[in-house]
Design a protein around this ligand. Structure first.
Ligand SMILES: [Zn+2]
Length: 456
């Protein structure tokens, strides 16, 4: 990337009262672990340096009242532009897994600086994408881990939130429903939240669920540590036969090939993840299906896929959960390209508008792709995004009260193909019917026979 040294930053300075100082001061870049106050200061600094392309907001507070900050990058911060996809990064969900937090702060500084430097790749990315960066989902846990410091930190100290809950085991379990529906029929997307979900999750989880429901996110990554591998859904194993033991069974989503590609984009753009041998483990290509590694219930990536339009993967980024400060620069250089390339992956497949005959937007229209049993929906502005690998697909748009429209689309490897739909109202006397897998926005019906499993 042009013009970025990675090691030093030139700061213009005006020291009129000190003739000894050069007109430019060379300061070391701050590759350091940042406590909460420092994190907040960094985010405000980036916003102040790049006010026209950033917005800093909080999605809620932790148990101890710390903000869950998000820094947004966009050419129109705070505004969803139709056909411009929303992406997100979440770091430090486990408070003692700190590399993601520092990488996301570094990434924020990098995006700001490179945009200002006119780096064409970064300018294009920011102008075509709305990027949301949450460096820490568990600021309370971080403070506990950081009080111990690198090396001394126990393997689990600071992992949980201040109530002692593992946030990546705290999302509503929707897998049980989808596995039922896959077998017996039912909605294949946007599974509803249980009625009592708010009382069953932690404040951090609740804030994040509200957040991911209020934007039409398309792509996401959740940054962890303790291994080096790109982990894709499902995390929860379908296999229940070995109950009581560690159950591992490859449990692919209907979008398995796409998820593998997304994971590989990260692992191959990463300095060493793709080599496979890391931290004493071996993962071919540096990727793994979550459940095939080890099964976990109520994780965030499965929830994103089953409840929203968002495709999320989980990135394990360092053997050492709390790396030494001296290692941070090497880690940044090993991850920088991968963090950018992954964001660029949101620009593939198909996207377009769903409109009625009078050109009104149709939100919550269902977009189905033949052969992939996972639909997506249009957002509030009637725009939809469907990530797809190159190929030819039969795509259908449906909305309650409208006739479905089906088209054949060939997707190339480059930019997403624009496919708009203009749906005609159904003839009034005909009762609208929907295909079985598509319950659509109105069809939020729970299968009554299956109850969520008890927490592990
Ligand atoms: Zn973790």
């Amino acid at each position: 990337m042009s013009g970025y040294s990675g090691a030093i930053r030139i700061i213009s300075s005006f020291h009129r009262d000190s003739s000894e100082l050069p007109s430019q001061l060379v300061a070391p870049v701050t590759f350091r672990h940042r406590r909460y106050d420092d994190l907040v200061r960094t985010l405000y600094n980036v916003h102040n340096e790049c006010p026209y392309i950033t917005r800093l907001y909080s999605v809620g507070r932790s148990v101890k009242g710390r903000h869950l900050y998000v820094l947004e990058f966009s050419d129109f911060p705070g505004i969803h532009e139709p056909l411009e996809p929303e992406v997100k990064y979440v770091g430090n969900m486990h408070g003692n897994e700190v590399l993601g937090r520092e990488l996301l702060l570094q990434l924020s500084e990098f995006l700001c600086e490179e945009f200002r430097n006119g780096n064409q790749r970064i300018v294009r990315l920011v102008e075509s994408t709305r990027i949301h960066i949450m460096p820490s989902m568990n600021p309370d846990g971080y403070e506990v881990a950081a009080a111990q410091g690198p090396g001394i930190s126990g393997y689990l100290v600071g992992r949980n939130n201040a109530n002692g809950v593992d946030l990546n085991r705290n999302f509503p379990d929707l897998n049980t429903y989808i596995y039922y529906n896959e077998k017996y029929g039912g909605p294949n997307h946007h599974l509803p939240l249980p009625d009592n979900w708010k009382s069953q999750v932690e404040p951090e989880t609740r804030a994040v669920i509200h957040w991911i429901r209020s934007f039409n996110f398309v792509l996401s990554a959740n940054l962890h540590g303790g291994a080096v591998v790109a982990n894709y859904p499902y995390d929860k194993s379908l296999e229940h036969r070995f109950r009581g033991f560690r159950r591992t069974a490859n449990t692919p989503t209907p979008d398995d090939k796409l998820f593998q590609k997304l994971a590989k984009v990260y692992s191959y753009a990463h300095g060493w993840m793709h080599q496979g041998w890391n931290c004493g483990d071996y993962f071919p290509d540096g990727i793994t299906n979550g459940a095939s590694w080890y099964s976990l219930s109520k994780g965030m990536q499965d929830f994103n896929y089953l409840h929203t339009n968002c495709f999320e993967i989980t990135l394990e980024l360092s053997c050492d959960k709390f790396p030494r400060q001296e290692d941070l620069q090497r880690e940044w250089l090993g991850n920088r390209e991968a963090l950018i390339q992954f964001l660029e992956q949101v620009h593939q497949g198909i996207k377009g508008m769903v409109l009625d005959e009078n050109n009104n937007n149709l939100p919550e229209a269902v977009i189905s792709v033949s052969g992939i049993n996972h639909d997506v929906t249009s957002g509030d502005h009637g725009d939809y995004f469907r990530l797809l690998l190159p190929g030819t697909y039969i795509v259908t748009a449906t909305a309650p009260g409208f006739d479905p429209e089906t088209v054949s689309v060939t997707v190339g490897p480059g930019e997403p193909k624009l496919v708009d739909f203009q749906l005609k109202r159904s003839i009034p006397q005909v009762t609208p019917t929907r295909r079985v897998p598509n319950a659509g926005p109105g069809g939020r019906v729970l299968p009554k026979k299956v109850q969520p499993r008890a927490a592990k």
